[in-house]
Design a protein around this ligand. Structure first.
Ligand code: ADP
Ligand code: ASP
Ligand code: MG
Length: 423
């Protein structure tokens, strides 16, 4: 008997009809003799709807007290869908029970709206499984040390599922979503994108961290740390397809390079509009400036991504970096009110109309000139590059958001991703 974790995303849980289909699929797996833990997201649109209500009431609130209530509010989406799924499973004749994050409990730190899972107590879930129940664990939420409800950041149900699979040493974690696997790029933007049968853990990690929202980055980190067998597949196949065929479908995240792996130099293209650029202008160019700016930002629990410092002129320099959209107002506030006056800088300006486009591939390690091909393709399209960052297996650029689709399509074609790689 295997222990299997299924995760169903918002679209897959989007209506009572779909929830009923999920229940039928899960029942098929349970009846095949597997112990089943299921982690659902909120019904599609629900998290946005709830957060939108909060914004209507307090459009510019940035306090910790406000973020606490956002989590209290957003967590209800998953609580509702979990109970509905348990009811749908009971209607299929199975015993099923659902638990909110605090009931398991799934313990997190207190970083509201982007909390990190610290531990999961699996006793209660194991006891139910032993009694033959299908256990539903709410995605996206947890509990901090003081008993406050927290959420794990947008797309966080993926992380809940993989963390539960890791804590319970599940045999496999299947992420059911509205596409049938991981593609060379988002198939909704580039119809020629190809599904990958396997993708290496390292590439998946870069793709997710560069904005491919098919998996939340922390879910990939958990899978890597605890070697969780992870597969992304479609929830829109007929629920009664052959279980053996279903178990082989989609995309498997692999931890070892095997000779059957597709050996492209660039395996995928990720992009995101979720970042904003902040520039502190006219900063006195002296030691400690980067620390004074970025240290203050880090203390406010804001993650910084790309960083660039210009050559100084007349003892002054400009310092730019990118942060997530969600942290933009808070970071601007902090810089304007404390850091800029303290540093004696001229001003701080923000640009929300940027995007980041990245090429990812482990083949980049052993090939030179990949980044320069990227820059050539962008220049041929007349696209100006504002920032660049590289790692061994990726190159990212920040460009004007209006060129995002053009850039992704041109790069996808230039790196031959629309065609199966030659072995
Ligand atoms: P869920 O609600 O199931 O968690 P998400 O919307 O979070 O689903 O993630 C699935 C979506 O990710 C797809 O609909 C697709 O548009 C997008 N996506 C982005 N990049 C990729 C990629 N490389 N491969 C597949 N899907 C991708
Ligand atoms: N419901 C949450 C969101 O919309 C979590 C998730 O779907 O994974 O971000
Ligand atoms: Mg998701």
């Amino acid at each position: 008997m295997s222990l299997i974790v299924h995760k169903y995303g918002g679209t897959s849980m989007g209506s009572t009809e779909r929830i009923s289909n999920v229940a039928k699929r899960v029942a098929k797996w349970a009846r095949a003799g597997h112990q089943m833990v299921v982690v659902p997201s909120a019904m599609s649109g629900e998290t946005n709807r709830l957060l939108g209500l909060a914004k209507e009431l307090a459009p510019s609130s940035l306090t910790d007290a406000y973020y606490r209530e956002l989590d209290m509010l957003a967590a209800t989406g998953e609580q509702a869908s979990s109970a509905l799924l348990a009811i749908a499973l009971q209607a299929q004749g199975l015993e099923s029970v659902s638990y909110a994050g605090w009931q398991v409990p799934i313990r997190t730190n207190s970083a509201y709206t982007k909390a990190r899972i610290e531990s999961i107590d699996d006793q209660r879930v194991r006891a139910d499984l032993a009694e033959g129940k299908v256990v539903i664990v709410t995605g996206f939420q947890g509990l901090d040390d003081l008993g406050n409800i927290t959420t794990l950041g947008r797309g966080g149900s993926d992380t809940s599922a993989v963390a539960v699979a890791a804590a319970m040493k599940a045999d496999e974690c299947l992420i059911y979503t509205d596409v049938d696997g991981v593609y060379t790029t988002d198939p909704r933007v580039v119809p020629e994108a190809r599904r990958l049968q396997t993708v290496s853990f390292e590439e998946m990690l870069e793709m997710a961290s560069m904005g491919s929202k098919v998996l939340q980055i922390r879910s990939v980190e958990f899978a890597g740390k605890y070697k969780v067998k992870l597969r992304v597949l479609s929830s829109f196949t007929p629920w009664d397809i052959d279980i053996v065929e279903e178990a082989k479908s989609g995309t498997l995240i692999t931890f070892e390079e095997d000779e059957n792996m597709e050996q492209a130099i660039v395996s995928g293209i990720a992009f995101t509009r979720d970042e904003t650029k902040i520039s502190v202008l006219g900063v006195p160019d002296k030691p400690g400036v980067a620390y004074q700016i970025l240290g203050a930002v880090a203390d406010a629990n804001v993650e910084v991504d790309m960083i660039i410092q210009n050559i100084s002129k007349d003892g002054k320099t400009d310092f730019s970096f990118t942060v997530n959209h969600g942290d933009y107002a808070k970071t601007m506030d902090l810089l304007k009110n404390t850091v800029v006056p303290k540093l004696g800088a001229q001003e701080v300006v923000g640009d929300t109309k940027i995007c980041k486009v990245s090429i990812v591939g482990i083949g980049m390690r052993s090939h030179v000139g990949v980044a320069s091909t990227m820059f050539r393709v962008l220049s041929e399209e007349g696209i100006n590059i504002q920032m660049i960052s590289t790692s061994e297996i990726k190159t990212s650029v920040v460009i004007d958001e209006k060129y995002m689709e053009l850039a992704v399509k041109a790069l996808h074609k230039a790196f031959g991703l629309d065609q199966a790689p030659v072995r």
